[in-house]
Design a protein around this ligand. Structure first.
Ligand code: 5GP
Length: 206
């Protein structure tokens, strides 16, 4: 009997303002079978963000309870707020054979690498730092101080990209999403994930 394939855990990181959410939306529109993991955060919702859709917005007390009770696969503190991934939700999807996508920052990604070495880690970078600064200002969601903090953090984050498996430049949303699709396709063809297909042939050798 062929064992049901376990879902792929896909981690996407990139500095704030790089356009991750747009690339993710594009990716999910062509791969509707991927489950996007909705993170928990203590940050306040931005205009247009919905609880349970963009994030699960919780209090600091609730988040700290989740940490204590071991409910998070990973979590990190980022620009003064907690962000974390529910262990149970993603484990259920992976076991059912559904691919799961995490949009998380670099400390969280390092934790995932440690706990789930088979995860695919993709880092998205902007074409330049100037372009990133322009995108953050145009977003009009953060104060000048927060933008400055985020830019400084972005440079440090981009240094972490060497620890990832793949690097995608978001110069154009469509091509960035296409590259990610190609990465996922290649990952599915890895010998270790397809060895069962060769088993019957290998097995007949004497
Ligand atoms: P933002 O406040 O701009 O929505 O997110 C700030 C950063 O937190 C982004 O880099 C985003 O990828 C990251 N982030 C979102 N959810 C999680 C999570 O569950 N865990 C970790 N470690 N980072 C997260």
């Amino acid at each position: 009997m062929i064992k049901k394939r376990r879902g792929e855990l896909i981690v996407l990181s990139g500095p704030s303002g790089v356009g991750k959410s747009t690339v993710i939306a594009e990716l999910l529109s062509s791969r509707r079978d991927i489950h996007f993991s909705v993170s928990f955060t203590t940050r306040a919702p931005r205009v247009g963000e919905e609880d349970g859709v963009n994030y699960n917005f919780v209090t600091r007390e609730e988040f700290e309870r989740m940490i204590r009770d071991g409910e998070l696969l990973e979590y990190a503190e980022y620009v003064g707020n907690y962000y974390g991934t529910s262990l149970k939700v993603i484990e259920d999807y992976l076991q059912q054979g559904t691919d799961v996508l995490l949009d998380i920052e670099v400390q969280g990604a390092a934790k995932v690498r440690e706990k789930c070495p088979e995860a695919v880690l993709i880092f998205i970078i902007p074409p330049s730092l100037e372009e990133l600064s322009r995108r953050l200002r145009n977003r009009n969601t953060d104060s000048v101080d927060v933008i400055a903090q985020r830019l400084e953090k972005s440079r440090a984050e981009c240094r972490e990209s060497v620890k990832y498996d793949y690097l995608v430049v978001n110069d154009n949303v469509m091509s960035a999403a296409q590259e990610i699709l190609a990465i996922l396709e290649a990952e599915r063809c890895r010998v270790k994930k397809r060895i069962h297909l060769a088993d019957s042939i290998i097995g007949t050798q004497d």
